[in-house]
Design a binder for this molecule. Structure first.
Ligand code: SF4
Ligand code: FES
Length: 248
């Protein structure tokens, strides 16, 4: 396939940035989207030009770092996949493909397609954990009976990979889907109940402090989430927040 790539190039946080055209030839439909970018970067390096900066790690849909817009859609045109799982067979010979970074105040661009998602780390640090005694006397997890539906729902929430597509797709740049997944994975389990009150209050406060917008129930986050995180988690977090506020 021969394609035209229109890629956002931005030298650094304070650079204005612009779309630059790159023709690319002989792209195999079996290549992943990131492999196609690797080929482009190899060509740019050989020509003495600066390669396109993009984030990646696992390349199998579990680390959440390969976040970018492809033709205006978070993680591209295929549903329930990350960019590293997107393949060039999803495009046609002669296509023009726009490739841009996430756009959100709380995710400032570092360079080209890489944005700073450390706001998510700070939200996690505010309460996305349980305190466990690891001195050697830890109770066997299987000794605590847990309702099957609760265990499955907690597991589903825990599949959030922190990619930020929910924020990037939301007209308000809201992080509610991400934060609610992180709250839900603990709220449903006995191990998470000990710190539940502080967790939801602290994580929501940190989310607001980071500059994410409010949720107005548009639902774009759920549609674009590569892990199918459900809006039900936002409803659960709102209930947890209300109950914690009344206690606090
Ligand atoms: S909720 Fe979905 S879109 Fe948002 S960070 Fe988690 S995996 Fe990514
Ligand atoms: S590189 Fe890890 S999810 Fe894409």
């Amino acid at each position: 396939m021969n394609l035209t790539l229109k890629i956002w190039r931005q030298k650094g946080a304070n650079d204005k940035g612009k779309i630059v055209d790159y023709p690319i030839t002989e792209v195999s439909p079996d290549m992943s989207f990131l492999e196609m970018l690797d080929v482009l970067n190899q060509e740019l390096i050989e020509k003495g030009e600066e390669p396109v900066a993009f984030d990646h790690d696992c390349r199998e849909g579990i680390c959440g770092s390969c976040s970018m817009f492809v033709n205006g859609q978070a993680h591209g045109p295929d549903s329930m996949v990350t960019v590293c799982q997107l393949h060039m067979r999803s495009f046609k010979d002669g296509d023009t493909i726009f490739i841009e970074p996430w756009r959100a105040t709380a995710f400032p661009v570092i360079k080209d397609l890489i944005v700073d998602r450390s706001a998510f780390d700070r939200i996690q640090q505010a309460g996305g954990f349980i305190s466990v005694n690891t001195s050697g006397n830890t109770q066997d997890a299987n000794a605590i009976p847990i309702d099957k539906h609760d265990a499955d729902t907690a597991f589903d929430a825990a599949t959030c990979i922190g990619c930020g597509a929910c924020v990037a797709s939301c007209k308000n740049s809201s992080a509610m889907l991400f934060v609610s997944a992180k709250v839900s994975q603990f709220a449903l389990l006995p191990q998470g109940k000990v710190e539940a009150t502080d967790r939801v209050l602290n994580m929501v406060k940190q989310m607001d402090d980071e500059g994410f917008g409010n949720c107005t129930n548009t639902g774009a986050c759920e549609v674009e989430c590569p892990k199918g995180i459900s809006l039900e988690n936002i409803a659960r977090m709102n209930r947890e927040y209300l109950s914690a506020s009344l206690k606090g």
